[in-house]
Design a protein around this ligand. Structure first.
Ligand code: NAD
Ligand code: UGA
Length: 463
């Protein structure tokens, strides 16, 4: 029986996942730990609007559980020692150095966790991979635990997370499935059952799948690859729609009505962003290559190539339409997050598109309902395309969407925030330079209405 859980990594996965476990298992103490004092302070902030991540429904759960059976701290060693089960939910970014640079997953944070657990633990632990990991990582974790530990028993399980940002709480409360990978041994099965018992508190048992560890690890990468592939597939069609006079939304509806294809994840866009799709596909490509499977690697790499093309062509279409020059022109950027209902901007298409426009010396006024000014500048500065001063002189971040659009030559809609639809577009039109352009990269707005007002419009995927 699990009485105390530790989760290493208080990020977009660790925070919400543990909050839901704490909510549904009031008898279990859940300690979420992180190296980042700033992040932990934010999780402990008395003002719940200052939590480090924005997710609909999260504040209510934190309000209920924090201080009851859910705790956030930087005392990693203590949390490891106290725990019966330890979730590892640290980041696994694309490697930026050495062998596999630009493709392989950087496992240094995972390895550090494994070594720390081995060093600290004096009682048996179930160690659960929550992070997304290359297939066969559990073997490495097991090796470290068994060879450097204090001789205590460790069982390593794989339990990948399938939540999507913006809907994390709902995804966690009502998952399509929970996946648990375990060793075939008696001890492996017993450890898996312990984890099943936790999830059973709110998830129907027929949705809890147990597999061998390698299938579980690989299923996570496969799921993300398939999802991203759908986005690249519909985005590939969006370009074809634009040149043939078709409408990608109508095509998506028509094909999605076929139950074998299904209607979800067929929304054409400026390209997928987020911390995982690109990183996980690159990792899959790397794994395939490392086994000599060139055709498999090339097949999946195409999903990324198309995504990069989609972002590039959106930016160059803006430049082309604005009479081949945006130098010195104001462009309003509506939306910076990689999707609606999150403040996460990792790999957001908005960063890439803005960078392309800035290279052409456009002047940007950015508005996003949830992303801070500091985050937007930090995203741009990290590109190292321009100095911080140059970014400050070309970009301003505003708190009012109408201010962003005032005197602009064009508006680019880059995130599908619902509120953009409710704006007073007549007022926006009146305040803009003429001809006033709207580039709708999310096929979000009512194009007919905009054109009636007087806008010249471009809608992704509409010829
Ligand atoms: P994140 O960067 O938001 O959070 C990771 C946290 O781990 C950071 O706060 C970091 O400070 C902390 N950390 C790193 N090393 C540590 C250590 N040794 N000790 C203590 N803390 C440490 O990352 P995330 O978005 O939560 O993703 C975590 C993992 O989950 C990744 O493998 C990702 O691929 C996977 N995943 C993410 C999502 C998502 O929607 N973001 C969904 C499913 C799976
Ligand atoms: C994705 C998966 O959906 C989750 O199951 C997975 O757990 C997670 O990655 C992960 O491993 O990190 P997430 O990236 O949070 O979740 O969000 P998605 O809803 O998948 O959107 C990803 C990107 O694709 C966004 O930029 C979104 O705007 C774009 N997208 C999505 C489209 O352009 N069209 C669509 O139809 C769907």
């Amino acid at each position: 029986m699990i009485k105390t859980i530790c989760c290493i990594g208080a990020g977009y996965v660790g925070g919400p996942t543990m909050a839901v476990i704490a909510l549904k298992c009031p008898d279990i103490t859940v300690n979420v730990v992180d190296l980042s004092q700033t992040r932990i302070d934010a999780w402990n902030d008395r003002d719940l609007n200052n939590l480090p991540i924005y997710e609909p429904g999260l504040i209510e759960i934190i309000h209920k559980c924090r201080g009851r059976n859910l705790f956030f701290s930087t005392e990693v060693d203590k949390a490891i020692e106290d725990a019966d089960a330890i979730f590892i939910s640290v980041n696994t970014p694309t490697k930026a150095y050495g062998v596999g640079k630009g493709q392989a997953a950087d496992l240094k944070y995972i390895e550090l966790c494994a070594r720390q657990i081995a060093e600290v633990a004096t009682t048996p632990k179930i160690v659960i991979e929550k992070s997304t990991l290359p297939v066969r990582t559990a073997e490495a974790i097991s090796n470290i635990l068994k060879n450097t530990g204090n001789g205590v028993d460790f069982q390593v399980l794989s339990n990948p997370e399938f939540l999507a940002e913006g809907t994390a709480v709902q995804d966690l409360l009502y998952p399509d499935r929970v996946l648990i990978g375990r060793e075939e041994s008696k001890e492996g099965k017993k450890a898996a059952q312990t984890l099943v018992d936790i999830y059973k508190n709110w998830v129907n048992e027929d949705k809890i799948l147990t597999t061998n560890v390698w299938s579980s690890e690989l299923s996570k990468l496969t799921a993300n690859a398939f999802l991203a592939q759908r986005v690249s597939s519909i985005n590939a069609m969006s370009e074809l729609c634009e040149v043939t006079g078709a409408d990608v939304n109508e095509v998506a509806k028509a094909i999605g009505a076929d139950s074998r294809i299904g209607s979800k994840f067929l929304k054409s866009s400026v390209g997928f962003g987020g911390s995982c799709f690109q990183k996980d596909i690159l990792n899959l490509v790397y794994i395939a290559k490392s086994y000599g499977l060139k055709e498999v690697a090339d097949y999946w790499e195409q999903v990324i190539i198309l995504n990069n093309h989609q972002k590039r062509r959106f930016a160059s279409n803006i430049v082309k339409t604005l009479f081949n020059t945006v130098s010195g022109k104001d462009i309003a950027i509506l939306g910076w997050a990689f999707k609606k209902n999150t403040n996460d901007t990792r790999e957001s298409a908005a960063i890439y598109i803005s960078n392309e426009l800035l290279k052409e010396r456009a002047e940007l006024k950015v508005f996003d309902p949830k992303v801070t000014k500091e985050q937007i500048f930090s995203d741009l500065d990290r590109l190292e395309t321009r100095t911080e001063e140059e970014n400050k002189s070309l970009v301003s971040v505003v708190e009012d969407p109408y201010e962003a659009c005032e005197n602009a030559h064009a508006v680019a809609v880059l995130t599908e925030w619902d509120e953009f639809n409710g704006y007073d577009w007549e007022k926006i039109y009146r305040s803009m330079k003429k001809p006033a352009f709207v580039f709708d990269g999310r096929a979000l707005l009512d194009q007919e209405k905009l054109e009636e007002i007087g806008f010249a419009t471009y809608k992704i995927g509409k010829g």
